[in-house]
Design a protein. Structure first.
Length: 406
């Protein structure tokens, strides 16, 4: 069946505020009608686990969008060039080269060595909650911890961290499917500022190497491969941003899930060995990244329809994570769920570069929360905001998750 015969397919609509706040009922309806639905012009949306999982690994789909597409989304300017240089938006063989060099820098021994420092950072951030008996999971933990981790990892001086984070939030707009005209200038200006800042740091590291991730990125080598200064700057900026955006959402949604499900919280306290499984369940339950996009490099058949070359394919990771065909009782939080083949870190060659770091941070956070507090309960309604861009776009993200702790 060809694309032209799609009139009966449902359409994936993004302009309903209630959908943005809780898209899961809509996902359920879309999955019930099939694995494929229509999006915008020349855009298809995939809803079910089997199809999303397969397409994540299908080399007939790529991440390297044409420059004209990115200019349409972001508007002409420096952010377009930034998007075309970072590892997440390159296809093999350039993706292979960039990923190997970045993996050499952000290597497993380095990430494992961070477990103890991250636990200490978490304890420091929880001190006030011990005294007050209250905690805002977003303001007091989910936002500051990943920024602190990435700033420490990259060797960003303490006095510069607030400015770097502020500009990085503006850069997040560049990852949206479409940026409103009024927000484009801020994204482009933030790319210029952050490039200048990271270029200065990088040059200082090349002159006087340290033991931080930025030095490792600047000096990464594999055979004849190395990163140019422009590649090192843009990918260091991307690693910084990706390292706090996704983990912030993981901590916020995980804390909300713990507080809302006292039975599962008690189960986890009674058996701490379930913590690794619980972390995977938080990732599945409300994915930090709801969607990822691809472009068809050649015709691909999905759900009995052939998608032509050059079509944008939106893979609904969060919908796939709740697919009844793959998960038993998918709408129930189960901290001992096994197996748990969630797709929150993507798959294939573009599997999340920072997945191991996110797991180390999540383990530290939820482990310390459960050890230090005998009860974690909601202390009021959660506050949401449209993310305005970034990996969770166009969904709402938590602005506040008030908790009562004892």
């Amino acid at each position: 069946m060809t694309e032209a015969m799609d009139a009966r397919l449902p359409r994936f609509v993004l302009d309903d505020p209630e959908f943005l706040r809780d898209p899961y009922p809509v996902y359920r309806e879309l999955r019930a009608r099939g694995p494929l639905c229509r999006g915008g012009p020349a855009q298809w949306v995939v809803t079910r686990h089997a199809e999303v999982s397969a397409l994540l690994r299908d080399r007939r789909l790529g991440r390297e969008f044409p420059e004209e597409f990115q200019k349409l989304s972001v508007g002409p300017g420096p952010a377009v060039d930034f998007l075309r240089r970072i590892v997440i938006d390159r296809d093999p063989e350039e993706h292979t080269r960039l990923r190997r060099l970045l993996t050499r820098a952000l290597n497993p021994p380095l990430v494992r060595s961070l477990a103890e420092p991250i636990t200490a950072m978490t304890d420091h951030l929880l001190e006030r909650a011990v005294t007050d008996g209250a905690l805002d999971a977003v303001r007091d933990l989910a936002q500051p911890l990943p920024v602190l981790v990435m700033s420490t990892l990259l060797g960003i001086p303490v006095e510069d961290r607030a400015a770097v984070m502020e500009r990085s939030i503006d850069v997040s707009k560049a990852f949206a499917v479409f940026i409103p005209e009024a927000e484009r200038a801020a994204a482009h200006a933030a790319v210029v500022w952050l490039r200048d800042y990271f270029r200065g740091l990088l040059r200082r590291r090349r002159a006087a190497p340290g033991d931080d991730l930025l030095t490792a990125i600047a000096t990464a080598r594999e055979g004849d491969w190395r990163l140019s200064e422009e590649e090192a700057v843009d990918n260091a900026l991307f690693v910084y941003y990706a390292g706090f955006e996704t983990t912030t959402n993981l901590i916020a949604t995980g804390c909300a899930a713990l507080a809302r499900h006292p039975g599962e919280q008690a189960r986890l306290r009674a058996d701490p060995s379930l913590l690794p499984a619980a972390l995977e369940e938080f990732l599945r339950w409300d994915a930090p990244i709801h969607t990822t996009t691809r472009i068809t490099l050649e015709p691909v058949e999905v759900g009995g329809r052939t998608l032509r070359r050059g079509r944008v394919v939106v893979l609904l990771l969060a919908s796939a994570n709740h697919d009844e065909r793959c998960f038993t009782a998918p709408d129930r939080l189960d901290v001992g769920r096994r197996p748990n083949p969630h797709l929150s870190f993507g798959g294939g060659v573009h599997h999340c570069l920072g997945a191991m770091l996110a797991r180390v941070e999540g383990t530290a956070v939820f482990g310390r929360l459960l050890e230090r507090f005998g009860e974690i309960e909601p202390a009021g309604p959660e506050d949401w905001q449209p993310s305005g861009g970034g990996f969770r776009f166009p969904y709402c993200a938590y602005r506040s998750v008030p908790l009562r702790v004892r």
